[in-house]
Design a protein around this ligand. Structure first.
Ligand code: HSE
Length: 440
């Protein structure tokens, strides 16, 4: 295969000129010569759909490229690729469907849209014979989608452990390293522009969960239903938990865990999780992302980089544009998602097994530990270690009791926590988190 003798012009329509859209425009232009040499395509932005024509922008865009109606992009017969960067799931869904039906390749960074409606959208892509590319949807600038689709194509994926929300990782890092309150750390993340327009998506864990659904679906060949994913946000993490975690040799990360069990049942969850300080994931700080993929043939592989921000995310969009250009020049390969029937079942979340951290605020009197141990023992949940900090100057009637629990199914642990909460000696709602030892 050789590149075309003169570059083939590929015209694209950009829907959305926010942070990432502006980055795509700027960086396509900045690296034009390199991209053209490498791909044989001269990728040109033909039209850009924006919400507000008069909004000041920090890039120079010719006014005649702009329109306020994304339908103008679909209607333009010269445009062969539509880049969807408008976000949300209503207009974006309409736009992606219209683009596929108009026989245009779609590039999107919209993880919420794919997580919610991926099954339907890839079926439509297949029907229309037009691919959807979505490298920017997961982990910003890290090319993890290509890793799963191509680099590790010959592997069964044993597990994926990912730190895939930059905002939450920034918040947890600042709490852990600078002792900032959760609120102050969130404000900093928003000021730095990592958070989604509505930061609820980030802090609730759902932004990371959307990305986990995409990674899991690619890994296991069926679109993971959203309602079978267990999601918890970072709001529950306190500075007290960081202090105890550190004492036990751990830090706390919003960790997405994806894995299949021996019966091929797939587990997908995103939760604040204790991670050993000695593990490489513990040192992934600030807005950085990292994805640890364990393949049955390759073993462990680790991908690290900026998970958010204009330039890193636009790097992924541009990579998809180059793939789209290659399809237009050399012919299609796949629709973006290739289903297969080797897995196909989600594991009920109450059956998922891990270790746990449990912090209780209890009456400081004899017999309390025995009552707690009794509830756990009755459900065959073992205690691997316990801390009750001794503070001789503290005269209050309550104390903290921190337990590390052995591997147990979530369902049994939640029932035990409910029973423990009802004990008269328990003075505050218990705090609990999963613990991942990350031993392969
Ligand atoms: N809000 C997201 C994050 C941006 O913080 O990771 C990238 O998806």
């Amino acid at each position: 295969m050789s590149l075309p003798s003169s570059p083939r012009v590929v015209q694209i329509g950009l829907a959305g000129l926010g942070n990432v859209g502006a980055g795509v425009y700027k960086n396509l232009d900045r690296n034009r010569a390199l991209i053209t040499q490498r791909t044989g395509a001269d990728i040109q932005v033909k039209k850009i759909a924006v919400r507000d024509l008069s909004r000041p922008r920090d890039i120079d865009v010719p006014a005649d490229l702009l329109t306020t109606d994304w339908r103008d992009l679909i209607a333009d017969p010269d445009i062969q690729v539509i880049v969807e960067l408008i976000g949300g799931t209503t207009q974006a869904h309409e736009l992606v469907c219209a683009a596929l039906r108009a026989k245009k390749i779609v590039v999107t960074g919209n993880k919420a849209l794919l997580a919610e409606r991926g099954q339907e959208l890839f079926a439509l892509a297949e029907e229309c014979g037009m691919p959807i590319y979505f490298e920017a949807a997961v982990a910003g600038g890290i090319p993890i989608i290509q890793v799963l689709q191509e680099g590790l194509v010959g592997n069964h994926i044993v597990s994926i452990h990912g730190i895939i929300n930059g905002t939450c990782n920034y918040i947890l890092t600042r709490m852990s390293q600078a002792g900032l309150s959760y609120q102050d750390a969130l404000q900093e993340a928003q000021d730095k522009g990592f958070a989604e327009a509505d930061p609820t998506l980030d802090i609730s864990g759902w932004d990371a969960a959307h990305k986990a659904i995409i990674l899991a679906s690619l890994s296991y060949g069926f679109w993971i239903p959203q309602n079978l994913v267990h999601v918890e946000g970072v709001q529950k993490v306190t500075l007290t938990d960081f202090a105890f975690a550190k004492r036990l040799g751990y830090t706390i990360k919003l960790l997405s865990v994806i894995r299949a069990d021996a019966d091929g049942r797939v587990e997908v969850r995103t939760q604040p999780t204790l991670v050993p300080l000695s593990h490489v994931l513990a040192s992934v700080s600030g807005s950085f992302n990292a994805v640890l993929v364990n393949g049955d043939t390759v073993g462990e592989t680790l991908f690290y980089g900026r998970g958010a921000g204009q330039d890193p995310t636009s790097s992924s969009v541009i990579s998809d544009l180059c793939e789209a250009a290659a399809v237009l020049i050399y012919g299609p390969r796949h629709s973006g998602f290739v289903p297969h029937g080797l897995y196909g079942k989600s594991k009920p979340i109450e059956d998922t097994v891990s270790r746990y951290y449990l912090r209780l605020t209890v009456d400081d009197r004899p017999g309390v530990v025995a009552q707690v141990a009794q509830v756990l023992g009755a459900r065959t949940i073992g205690i691997s270690s316990m801390i009750q900090p001794e503070d001789l100057e503290d005269t209050s009637a309550t104390t903290s009791l921190v337990l590390m629990l052995h591997d147990a199914p979530l369902g049994a642990v939640l029932q035990a926590i409910e029973e423990i909460t009802a004990l008269p000696c328990i003075k505050e709602p218990p705090a609990w988190m999963r613990v991942e030892t990350l031993l392969s």
